[in-house]
Design a binder for this molecule. Sequence first.
Ligand code: ATP
Length: 451
Amino acid sequence: MPDAVTMDKIVSLSRRRGFVFPSSEIYGGMGSTFDYGHYGVLMKNNIRERWFEAMVRNRDDIVAIDSAIILHPKVWEASGHVAGFTDPLIDCRTCKLRFRADKLEDSQCGLKPSKHPGETPECDLTEPRRFNLMFETTVGALQEEGSRAYLRPETAQGIFINFKNVLQIARRKPPFGIAQIGKSFRNEITPGNFLFRVREFEQMEMEFFVPPDEAEKWYRYWIDERLNWYRRYGLRDSKLRVREHGPEERSHYSQGTSDIEYEYPIGWGELEGIANRGDFDLTQHAEYSTTKLEYVGQDGERYVPYVIEPAVSIERIMVALLIDAYDEEVVGERERTVLRLHPKMAPVTAAILPLIGKSDDMVAKARSLYEDLRRRHSVEYDDSGAIGRRYRRQDEIGTPWAFTVDEQTLADDTVTVRDRDSLAQERIPIAGVGDWLENALERDWKSPKAN
Ligand code: ATP
């Protein structure tokens, strides 16, 4: 059966269930900018948590940092962003739309959406111009020369400028890494496709500093690690691939770049980039800041480390997870929509439901179970409406399990566990629910959707 998912269905479910809202909607909206509702926040927290766990908590060789968003403007001169962080931009004098010259085949003509810009006789395109993607701002009360600053377009530079601090204070020796999660801003010319390309996004980047002769080995290592992370959290193999950039496609700093791509409904697109940045960044910052940025060993050995960087945004992961999880099926002649999310990515881990919302006894038991579980897990209590509707609501937000308190619970203190994917139900003692959940969360998980 073909995948039922489309980007429109994801956008509409995200909105309907309170994952993601178009931003500033009461003012008519702000294109390609989004606000996250309750479930969106919970899911983003999970993505962040799983990344941090894999990159920092479960390792001995990576430490965390949280640098400022507005850095010294010289940072962006040294990094090459002031001069080179540009996209080629083309305007159409007829329809007044603006396009990326290198993405015309992905764009629609403003007059005839079935055509690409430049394909109709009415199209009147300008020559491409370079457009810098950094958002500018001014710092301090006066808008004068010298007060210009930028919102960071990537978190990586905040890591490089702290290299010396970490080397000295955290007493690290290559190979070691510094990881950062935080907002980045890019004035994208053609944002779109929901969260895939937005102007403000949360990046998760890790710079891994290595001896130059080990760079290639670690580059391959991080491609594998990151690919396995996606597999572990349930993205299907058939929808994932690694694409290595040719020399002409690489950024100015890169000695090798591979994209982990996901097959979105709009086609294959970059999910995460893994780059071998060589010694470009440390060398540039050493030159511009006149601070030595190198590793000096006890035996006098000294070198500028090479850097391997896995870089991704929470937004791209969230879209990929939602798309991969989205499913529609007919159960007992009724259609249901279900998000088959990995249990550790789902916003709510379990729902606690009294079968009859008006039964005081069932409500009391269910509430007490809920109060107990909420201390350790993301759980939700719901007693409103028919049980079938409550299950469907949980299916749509991807809750893997529901514990239901019914007539029998009152007699023998057991509850039913309903599995979101198989719809199987089993009875377990109410006192064992916490442990059951703990174990279920640790089990290996594979998407029940066909590969
Ligand atoms: P693209 O070619 O899609 O513009 P890029 O190669 O410029 O992306 P990088 O600079 O490598 O992207 O950024 C690293 C990661 O940050 C990307 O793999 C993606 O996950 C994320 N990212 C970059 N730009 C955006 C954006 N506008 N919206 C959401 N996520 C983004």
